[in-house]
Design a protein around this ligand. Structure first.
Ligand SMILES: *[C@@H]1O[C@H](CO)[C@@H](O)[C@H](O)[C@H]1NC(C)=O
Ligand SMILES: *[C@@H]1O[C@H](CO)[C@@H](O)[C@H](O)[C@H]1NC(C)=O
Length: 324
């Protein structure tokens, strides 16, 4: 019994001693880690910038804020500067604690180093660089680049719709808008209803032969049908808004108008020729029939002496023949 107890206490003591050295080892490791992290990683001695968006889209005539957040800094009054880089040429936007250049009177600096543009315009589309210099920090400079694109809503597009086309011929309607940014996409409307990109998808338009190019604004008919007649307008649209041209009427004729005109003209000319011919023939005929009445022949003969010279001779001949 006694031996057993003795062994037991001995083992426990051993255990304790072992545990203690183990704890000390852990404490040393932790201390080393702490020490190491304080040496290797110095968050309070570097200026580090961050932004919420490196690529920013804004709408024209709306406010927009470019964020330049300072994640860590230990300098009290860091020097903050903003530059605008357009076509590779930098210019100051915020310099010596004031807004300058393009954005003067149109923007302000907001804590910590954000820039707020009150009313963005299309000329503000550019790269912007936020630069912060912190003299007391070990790493005393950081910069961040932000790409700003200002959306511009489309203006009223220029539309060209032919007044009249002939059934079975091809025809193209055009729509163009140049102000919008990003470039507008086009939609066409026929009698106030939007034309789907593929006419086959609509039972109403299944027989129509058009194709629409959303990027160029062209509406092309391979073979115009009677049902394609009506009012057309086009809408130019991008993320900033849309605009449309007034509706224009396109008429569809069964037959070629020019053909009809030429045919009519030919018929008219033929008619004139025939009429003249008949008249001419008739005039000859008239005299031969009037020769028998002696009272009438003299009057036309005198009035149209030159023209009727020959018939007069004829008359004499007839007279002479009478004599014979
Ligand atoms: C922004 O500027 C445009 C043109 O300069 C002006 O028409 C518009 O009213 C301005 N918008 C605001 C909100 O100030
Ligand atoms: C399309 O054409 C077919 C065959 O010519 C005709 O039966 C059908 O009614 C037409 N559909 C429409 C909507 O005009």
């Amino acid at each position: 019994m006694c031996v057993c107890v003795c062994v037991c206490t001995c083992m426990c003591k051993c255990c304790d001693r072992y545990m203690e050295s183990y704890k000390m080892a852990i404490a040393r490791i932790i201390a080393f880690i702490l020490f190491c992290s304080s040496i290797c990683h110095v968050p309070s001695l570097a200026v580090i910038l961050r932004t919420t968006d490196k690529i920013v889209w804004a709408n024209e005539f709306e406010p927009i804020e470019l964020t330049c957040l300072i994640e860590s800094i230990s300098t009290n009054n860091p020097r903050i500067e903003w530059k605008k880089i357009k076509n590779g040429i930098p210019s100051y936007v915020y310099f010596q604690n004031r807004i300058s250049g393009d954005l003067e009177h149109r923007a302000q600096l907001r804590e910590p180093a954000n820039i707020l543009i009150f009313n963005a315009t299309r000329t503000d589309t550019a790269e912007y660089r936020c630069e912060v210099a912190a003299i007391d920090d070990q790493r005393h400079f950081d910069e961040i680049l932000i790409n700003l694109a200002v959306r511009v809503r489309p203006v009223v597009p220029r539309c060209s719709v032919p007044d009249a086309v002939t059934v079975g011929t091809s025809s193209e309607l055009r729509c163009l808008e140049n102000e919008g940014f990003p470039a507008a996409q086009y939609r066409w409307f026929h009698n106030n209803e939007e034309l789907p990109l593929d006419p086959k998808t609509s039972p109403r338009l299944i027989n129509s032969s058009y194709t629409i190019n959303q990027d160029t604004g062209s509406l092309k008919f391979r073979r115009v049908k009677k049902d394609d007649a009506g009012e057309y307008y086009c809408q130019a649209k991008n993320d900033a808004g849309h605009a449309q041209c007034p509706p224009q009427k396109m008429e569809v004729y069964d037959i070629d108008i020019v053909g009809i005109f030429l045919k009519s003209l030919a018929a008219f000319v033929a008619f004139i020729c025939i009429t003249v011919g008949i008249c001419h023939a008739h005039k000859h005929g008239c005299f031969s029939s009037k020769d028998h009445s002696d009272n009438n022949y003299k009057t036309p003969g005198h009035e149209h002496g030159v023209v009727y010279g020959d018939p007069d001779e004829g008359h004499f001949r007839h007279k002479s023949s009478f004599v014979i």
